[in-house]
Design a protein around this ligand. Structure first.
Ligand code: ZN
Length: 164
C-alpha cells in the first residue's frame, strides 16, 4: 500500500482525507496546526492519520542533505522528510525546500497546491472573433488571422484528481 507523509500545509489542506493508502505525519506538524477550525478538521480524519516521530539517524541525514543543498528546513520540515525516508513514503508538501531535499534523497515528493493547480487548471485557446477553440500550440486563427486568446476552461477542482 502506498504511504504518504504530510507536512503541515498538507494537513491544513485536508490532504490525508483524500489520499489513498497509509497517511502519516509527525508530532511537530500536528502541533503546528493551531487554529480551531483546522484542528476540528484534523480530528475528523484522525483515524486515517498515523502520527510518528522519525529517528535521530534519519533526521541527521535529512539535515545534512539540506545543508549541502543550501535549504533551510524547520524542525517540522526536517521531520517530515526524515519520516518519509524511514517509511519509503511519498512526501506531500508545498514547501519548495522540503520537496527539493526529499527528491534529492531519492524520495517521491508531490506538491499539494501549486502543482495541483497548474495541472488541473485547463485553458481554452480561442479566436475572439470567430469564437472557435484551437489547440494550445495554435497562435493565430486559421480563418481570420486574429491572435488567439486564452481563458480558463474552469476553476481547478479541489479534488483527488490531477496527480501522477
Ligand atoms: Zn478567427
Amino acid at each position: 500500500m502506498k504511504r504518504f507523509v504530510h507536512d503541515t500545509g498538507s494537513l491544513l489542506a485536508g490532504m490525508p482525507s483524500v489520499m489513498p493508502g497509509e497517511n502519516y505525519t509527525t508530532p511537530l506538524n500536528v502541533k503546528e496546526v493551531k487554529d480551531e477550525e483546522s484542528r476540528t478538521a484534523l480530528a475528523r480524519y484522525e483515524a486515517k492519520l498515523k502520527v510518528l516521530e522519525p529517528g535521530q539517524e534519519s533526521l541527521r541525514a535529512v539535515k545534512e542533505r539540506a545543508r549541502e543543498l543550501g535549504e533551510r528546513l524547520s524542525e517540522a520540515d526536517a521531520a517530515v522528510v526524515a519520516l518519509a525516508l524511514e517509511l519509503g513514503a511519498v512526501v506531500l508538501s508545498d514547501d519548495y525546500g522540503v520537496l527539493n531535499v526529499a527528491k534529492s534523497l531519492g524520495l517521491e515528493a508531490r506538491s499539494v497546491r501549486t502543482k495541483g493547480i497548474t495541472e488541473t487548471l485547463r485553458w481554452v485557446n480561442y479566436c475572439p472573433f470567430c469564437r472557435k477553440a484551437y489547440p494550445p500550440n495554435v497562435k493565430e486563427c486559421p480563418d481570420c488571422g486574429s491572435v488567439l486568446v486564452r481563458r480558463p476552461a474552469s476553476k481547478a477542482p479541489r479534488s483527488r484528481r490531477g496527480k501522477r
